[in-house]
Write a protein that binds this ligand. Structure first.
Ligand SMILES: Cc1cc2nc3c(=O)[nH]c(=O)nc-3n(C[C@H](O)[C@H](O)[C@H](O)COP(=O)(O)O)c2cc1C
Length: 310
């Protein structure tokens, strides 16, 4: 069976499939469950300085098969309460990446230092939630802000920092280059794609917040395009996220340049058993395609000869 271990800069993973932030990862038990089910690592829910309840319901609209629109509003217990959940996951042996969100570089730096003291192996900076006022995309759309935030967190935490980037921009490469200049060890792309659903009977948006973020199969081409473009211009590793439901989806990301991937909506639809299935299917697929290691497939689509039109 092909070797599925993934090296993502300083991070060594038993396989490339990480639990994406915000899905299934609220409690220590759920993080530990995803690890036990076979995930290569788990990313926590994004944690902020203070507890937040998030938006009123409805917060999620589900589209059968192709995705989900959500505006949760970053509900979380806050950094003072959360470390005990990380401890539970770590005691279960999980490789835990701590996701944080803040309103500016100072807040990110404080949160980064606190999160680093919990024993997580890396920090993921949520610079990309599309629907939280004052956070996410609002602080992660300008390369200058991204560079400043990443630099401050790197200085304050001394842990590998992963900058999670938004697809809701005309230039994802500029954001990735800014993260690299700031000292990020990797970038993850993408967070959800801004979206809207209208209830025509009620004549109003379906989600209480109005705008939301689209995830799932529908956004895979968007994520792939971002990873593809970033890989061509940026030297730090890229983690692919968005619409991964099958091993072939993950392999597309790897061939576009990703060294690891995150899985979100597929976990919401299928439960954590998805990790065991993805690991098994990816091993079989790599064997069938003649790859002895996952690493050998990274970025190969960039060097493929273009198809002849003749
Ligand atoms: C319900 C829900 C909650 C999410 N919460 C977070 C979050 O707290 N922090 C974050 O960085 N991304 C969050 N995301 C984005 C996911 O981590 C991921 O980037 C996105 O859903 C695309 O991957 P997918 O198509 O596999 O779901 C959330 C997504 C969903 C659907």
């Amino acid at each position: 069976m092909a070797d599925l271990s993934a090296r993502c800069g300083p991070l060594a993973l038993r396989n490339p499939f990480l639990l994406a932030s915000g899905i299934w990862g609220e409690s220590g038990e759920s993080l530990a469950g995803a690890w036990a089910a076979g995930a290569g690592g788990v990313v926590t829910k994004s944690i902020g300085s203070a507890p937040r309840f998030g938006y009123a319901n409805p917060t999620i609209e589900t589209y059968e098969r192709w995705g989900m629109l959500n505006a949760m509003g970053l509900p979380n217990p806050g950094i003072d309460e959360y470390p005990k959940e990380i401890e539970i996951a770590r005691r279960a042996g999980a490789t835990v990446i701590g996701s944080i969100f803040g309103g500016d570089a100072d807040e990110f730096a404080r949160l980064g230092a606190r999160m680093a003291s919990t024993g997580v192996v890396a920090l993921e900076l949520n610079l990309s939630c599309p629907h939280a006022e004052g956070f996410g995309t609002e602080v992660g759309s300008d390369p200058k802000d991204v560079e400043a935030i990443v630099r401050r967190v790197v200085e304050s935490s001394r842990l590998p920092v992963i900058a999670k980037l938004t697809p809701n921009t005309s230039d994802p490469v500029a954001l990735a280059l800014a993260a690299e200049r700031g000292g990020a060890s990797a970038v993850s792309a993408i967070n959800t794609v801004r979206g809207l659903a209208i209830d025509v009977r009620l004549r109003r948006p379906v989600l209480a917040h109005g705008l939301g973020g689209l995830s799932g199969a529908a956004i895979k081409p968007v994520g792939l395009a971002c990873v593809w473009q970033i890989y061509e211009k940026v030297s730090i590793p890229v983690i692919g996220v968005g619409g991964i439901m099958t091993a072939d989806d993950a392999l597309e990301y790897v061939m576009a340049g990703a060294r690891a991937v995150e899985v979100g909506t597929a976990v919401a639809f299928e439960g954590i058993a998805v990790f065991g299935r993805l690991v098994r299917e990816l091993g079989e697929r790599l064997d069938a395609l003649g790859f002895s290691e996952l690493e050998d497939a990274v970025g190969v689509a960039h060097s493929a000869p273009s198809a002849s039109s003749g």
